[in-house]
Design a protein around this ligand. Structure first.
Ligand code: APR
Length: 175
């Protein structure tokens, strides 16, 4: 249990391309096939190289809310944790519970593999249409639950305004 560092210090925010982060694990916002796609999924497959797809072809996919782990291959990150967030359908189809589960499944898998630093994109907020602020709140609340077990949970935002929101949420939720 990591008592020395406060929850607030463990939860961090950065802006940029998650494929560049030299952390223990980056999280991929995948789809249930695990065979790649656009957005961050496409960026991670491009940067990790063809060995990633060769491996994910053999993994039989991943249900929404669950997570699977692969090596990072050509990425600076050692591992990739692939998770599948919910598609936003208006909010009455259990989307919040499934998004929480995607973050929690990723963090559980990280703990099982002795991972100390993990970076998340804003899962489901792109092609899957989840309202950004609502999704970010779930991301930070779930991160707070696991903060004592990890050294760094980094929310990697693609846009500066997204990072500003995450920083405000961390102040609101962790103080
Ligand atoms: N680094 C960090 N964040 C990124 C990057 C990147 N290189 N590229 C995109 N993002 C951000 C987007 O700005 C968005 O905020 O990641 C967030 C998630 O967007 P998507 O990648 O569209 O993921 P999602 O909404 O979960 O949709 C998943 O899209 O790419 C397909 O195969 C994927 O079917 C799946 C679906």
């Amino acid at each position: 249990m990591n008592h020395s560092v406060s929850k607030k210090d463990v939860l961090q925010v950065c802006t940029g391309d998650i494929t560049r982060l030299a952390v223990d694990a980056i999280v991929n916002a995948a789809n249930i096939s695990l065979l790649g796609g656009g957005g961050v999924d496409g960026a991670i497959h491009r940067a990790a190289g063809p060995k990633l797809l060769a491996l994910t072809r053999t993994m039989g996919g991943c249900p929404t809310g669950e997570a699977r782990i692969t090596p990072g291959f050509d990425l600076p990150a050692r591992w990739i944790i692939h998770t599948v967030g919910p598609v936003w359908q208006g909010g009455s189809q259990g989307e919040a519970q499934l998004l929480h589960k995607a973050y929690a499944s990723s963090l559980e898998l990280a703990l099982q593999h002795g991972i100390h630093s993990i970076a998340f994109p804003a899962i489901s907020t792109g092609a899957y249409g989840y309202p950004f602020a609502e999704a970010a709140k779930i991301a930070v609340q779930t991160g707070k639950e696991y903060a004592p077990e990890l050294e760094a949970i980094i929310y990697c935002c693609y846009r500066e305004q997204d990072a500003t929101l995450y920083r405000q949420l961390i102040r609101d939720i962790c103080e």
